[in-house]
Design a protein around this ligand. Structure first.
Ligand SMILES: *Cc1c(COP(=O)(O)O)cnc(C)c1O
Ligand SMILES: [Zn+2]
Length: 397
């Protein structure tokens, strides 16, 4: 059973039967050229009244359901692919740690470094791999800064599907090792992530396969939604503020979608404030949010490789969801990121990637502002495991 109804273009609102197309809105993406934010990203629309009924029934049948059971039920109700197609490698259900020791006030830490391949990307890969299985497609291609690729490689290995990867040669070694040991085809791109993105689009234009490029396949957003659904189930209510490490803006858009879906089904009433934590050199979404005018990040070189993006694929959607949530973009320096990474590791036991530590750095930048003071439910999304990039760690004071 699943309640996925149809696609809707996030730009022009046009609706499509999912059997008709796979990726972008054909009307908005006619003139698309690689190297620009994606136009016409599609979102999944569900049969919300049926979901509301099913959720009510579940509550009556299982009044004592645990947060974990509720989380699993919600993720299934709001999934666009039936669970029977999911890879045999569990994803998600990651811990939410309530920490008093980190900054002296309560912060909730959602640690997705504990997903099978060590990052939040597994949530998107899980759904795209399930979709390939449903369609009988034997090959999936993706561009990646490293984590999307290692994630796709792992979930494809669990399913017997071939993964084809385009990633910059500069990706951290551990991520390249993951890609190789899971048996994926690794194509190193001399250039940046943005060139890898274009190469993967070119590949799927000429091969029978599914493309998992972030935001390009609508299920990447749906997969990244599950972290938001889990937060709601784990906290028993909507968080007030969520800090999200942001590169292409798809985790941000996915988490926003979780709370739109819950509200649409009448399960919740409010939306959280979303904060995009960006490396200062890779700040295209933050400057777009500030100025209303899009331009590329000029020199996206940061120690936080997972959020190093010149042209964010989901720039338009990300700025829209920041505005809808009364949120903001926040820039942090590499020094702040590395200090935050060390603080998290030494005070909470969580060793996360630099990208993830950007959320704590952004929290420090904003904690004195009126809109966040006295908020009780503030979450940092810690999206990747620190062991993925040990070269980034600095022990100099
Ligand atoms: C990809 C990634 C991000 C950023 O997600 P976007 O959807 O590109 O904004 C953050 N943290 C980690 C660990 C990632 O792998
Ligand atoms: Zn459109």
């Amino acid at each position: 059973m699943n309640y996925f109804s149809h696609y809707r273009c996030t730009q022009c609102g046009h609706e499509y039967d999912p059997a008709e197309l796979r990726y972008l809105c054909p009307l908005c993406s006619k003139d698309y050229k690689a190297g620009r934010p994606l136009p016409g990203i599609l979102e999944c629309v569900f049969d919300y009244s049926q979901i509301a009924k099913a959720w009510h029934k579940y509550g009556v049948a299982f009044p004592d359901a645990s947060p974990t059971q509720k989380m699993e039920e919600l993720c299934e109700l709001f999934s666009p692919v039936s669970k029977e197609y999911y890879p045999n490698l569990p994803v998600g259900n990651t811990p939410l740690i309530c920490s008093q020791s980190l900054v002296g006030e309560t912060l909730f830490l959602k640690f997705d470094g504990l997903c099978p391949s060590g990052s939040y990307k597994d949530r998107a890969s899980q759904l795209v791999v399930a979709e390939a299985k449903r369609l009988g497609i034997k090959e999936i291609v993706t561009a990646s800064t490293g984590n999307a690729a290692s994630s796709l490689a792992a979930l494809c290995a669990a399913t017997g599907i071939k993964a084809v990867i385009f990633t910059p040669a500069s990706a951290p070694e551990a991520k390249l090792v993951q890609i190789k040991i899971h048996g994926a085809e690794l194509n190193l791109v001399e250039g940046s992530y943005d060139e890898a993105y274009a190469a993967a689009l070119e590949y799927s234009a000429h091969h029978e396969c599914l493309n998992r490029n972030t935001a390009y396949h609508p299920f990447t957003i749906e997969g990244k939604k599950t972290g938001g659904l889990e937060l709601y189930a784990q906290m028993g209510q909507v968080p007030e503020v969520i800090f999200i490490p942001t590169g292409d803006g798809v985790i941000l858009s996915g988490i926003a979608k979780a709370f739109y879906d819950l509200k649409e089904a009448g399960i919740t009433q409010s939306l959280p404030v979303l904060v995009a934590a960006q490396a200062a050199s890779s700040d295209a979404i933050t400057s777009y949010w500030e100025s209303g005018v899009y331009h590329d990040a000029l020199q996206p070189h940061t120690v936080a490789d997972s959020i190093s993006v010149k042209t964010p694929a989901a720039a338009h959607l990300a700025v829209k969801v920041l505005k809808n949530s009364a949120g903001m973009g926040v820039r942090v320096s590499d020094e702040e990121i590395l200090a935050a990474q060390k603080m998290l590791a030494s005070r909470t036991g969580i060793f996360c990637e630099p990208s993830s530590a950007a959320t704590l750095a952004a929290y420090f930048r904003t904690r004195e502002q009126a809109w966040i003071k006295d908020r009780a439910r503030v979450v940092l999304m810690l999206t990747g495991h620190g062991l993925k990039d040990i070269k980034a760690v600095s022990f100099d004071e």
